[in-house]
Design a protein. Sequence first.
Length: 310
Amino acid sequence: MFNNSFKPLAIDFVREKEEGYKRVFNRSPLVSSQSVGWESLSIIYDRQPPIELPKTSLKQHCIGILTDIPSPIHTDRIIDGRFVRENNVQGDLIIVPANTTHQAAWYKEGCSVAIAIDPVVFAQTIYEAVDPDKIELLPKFATPDAFVYQIGVALKSALIKHGASSRLYAETLINALILHLLENYSTTRTNLIESISGKLPEYKLQQIIDYIHAYLDTDLSLNKLAASVQMSPYYFSRLFKETTGFTPHKYVIRCRIERAKELLKQGKLSIAEIAKSVGFVDQSHLNRHFKRTLGITPKTFFQEYKKSIN
C-alpha cells in the first residue's frame, strides 16, 4: 500500500531535465529528448522494472503511453487522490495534468513513452480558436488510444534516429497531440479542425518562405515559424497546409531536397557536405528523404545529371 505521509515531490522535467526523472525513478532513462534541445518539451522512453513511485506533482502536463508490453501489467495508481487498480496493456494512455498529484506501483517490467508538455505551450498552441483561460486538461487513468500511441512511437523514433534535426517534425506531432487531447480529454471538447479555415495572406506566405530559405541549414522550429507571422503553431500549421498543400515539416523537406539538387548539379561539394549545408543531420538522412521524394539516391541523381549534359 502507498505511503502517503510525505508531501509530493515537485518535479519540473523541462527545467531539471533528466535529474527530475532520476528523483522519481532513481535512474536515468534509456532515451531523452532534453539533451537535444527540444524547447518546452520533454520526451522520455524507458524500460522500467517493477517499482513503487513516490507521490509527485509535475509542473508540466504528463502524457504516459505504454509500449512494448507483451502481457498485461497489474498497476495500482492514484491521480489527484483517486485510486484505481489497472491492468495496463500496450497502447494505453495515462494523463496527469500539471500540478496534479500522482502515485503508482507496477509489478512487472514494461516500456513506456512519457511526454511532458509545458502548460503555456499547451495553451498557446491554439489561442486563436479557444480561450486558453477556459481550457482544463482532465486526468485520465489507463485507457486505450491508438492515435496517441502512434504519436508516441513516432516521437520516440524521431528522437532516436535524428535528435535535434527532428525538432520541426516533433513539434508538428506535438501539435497534433495537443489538438487530440483538447478534443477528447479536456473541458473544452471543441472541434478545432472545423473552427479554423482559410489561407495565409500572400505577403505572410512569402515572409515564411523567405524565412525558411534563409535558415534552411539550421534546426528550423515550428514555434519560430509561427511566431514570425504572429500566429499560434496550430493556427499557422492549418493555414499553411491549406495554402501550400504541405505541412510545414514536409515543405521544409521539399525545400531542402530542391537546394540539394542545385548543389549536386554544381558538383563542388561532397554529398555529405551538401547534406549538412541544407539542414539534414547527415548523408543517410539526406539519402532517405531524397530517395523517398525522387525515387533515386543523390549519387544516382548526380550521375544521371552528368550524363545529360555531356
